[in-house]
Ligand binder design. Structure first.
Ligand SMILES: [Zn+2]
Length: 234
């Protein structure tokens, strides 16, 4: 009989594999930090002994959910005028609120709340884009949730950086700090074509190619943004 670290028995196990089978009365065998086997609980009892064995008699066990687009500190802005068109919401309310309230402390509190809510709902990885990304990166690492922390860039000044080049440079410093961290990834996060010049977007494109980093961007969220972009850039 093989000794392993952990066995989690579930009423159902959903491994997210081809054809999405739902396995009943199965268990997940974990050893050395990795899933070693998924098999019927009755069979596991004959093949494995575990240091920790837990039964989830009314639960479905499945991989963690991934939130592919977050601005986690904005959990503190939840509900602010959220029934308005995007332009009006951003320009008239959110950006003024950010100019007034933004700080590392704001980001710390907002990200902490968002991460707690995500973990409670089964989200184990999030793809974030916001100011003070080093604060969210540090929190995610300390709490133990996997995160893509975007290297944010916009053309307008904030308390975090004053122009696109400074955003990019500060982002690169952050990337260097976390490049060997197994939980934290750092894609480029140019905010959008409407808040960045083509010059800044080109610099990011070159760096992304050179460093083999992905790019996370709001790419034309509304018909109005497409129209404006066509008029400005052709
Ligand atoms: Zn967004």
């Amino acid at each position: 009989m093989k000794s392993v670290d952990t066995i989690l028995h579930g009423r159902w196990v959903l491994p997210i594999t081809e054809n999405d089978p739902i396995l009943e009365n199965h268990c997940i065998v974990i050893d050395d930090g990795r899933v070693f086997a998924i098999l019927p609980s009755t069979q596991a009892r004959q093949e494995f002994s575990a240091t920790i064995e837990t039964h989830y008699d009314n639960h479905l066990l499945m991989p963690g959910l991934i939130n592919a687009h977050t601005h986690s500190p904005m959990s503190l802005f939840r509900g602010i005028c959220d029934d308005l068109p995007l332009d009006e919401w951003l320009n008239g309310h959110i950006w003024p609120a950010e100019a007034k309230w933004m700080s590392d402390e704001f980001v710390n509190d907002g990200s902490q709340l968002a991460i707690a809510e995500m973990l409670r709902a089964g989200t184990t990885c999030f793809n974030d884009m916001y100011f003070f990304p080093e604060v969210t990166a540090r929190l995610a690492r300390d709490i133990g949730i996997r995160a893509c922390i975007g290297l944010i860039a916009v053309d307008f000044p904030s308390v975090w950086a004053s122009n696109a080049n400074e955003y990019i440079d500060r982002g690169l410093e952050l990337r260097d700090k976390f490049r060997s961290d197994s939980l934290i990834h750092t894609p480029f996060a140019p905010h959008s074509p409407s808040t960045l010049s083509d010059e800044a977007l080109c610099r990011i494109r070159v760096l992304a190619d050179e460093m083999d980093l992905p790019v996370h961007i709001h790419l034309h969220e509304t018909a109005g943004e497409i129209e404006h972009s066509m008029q400005t850039w052709g």
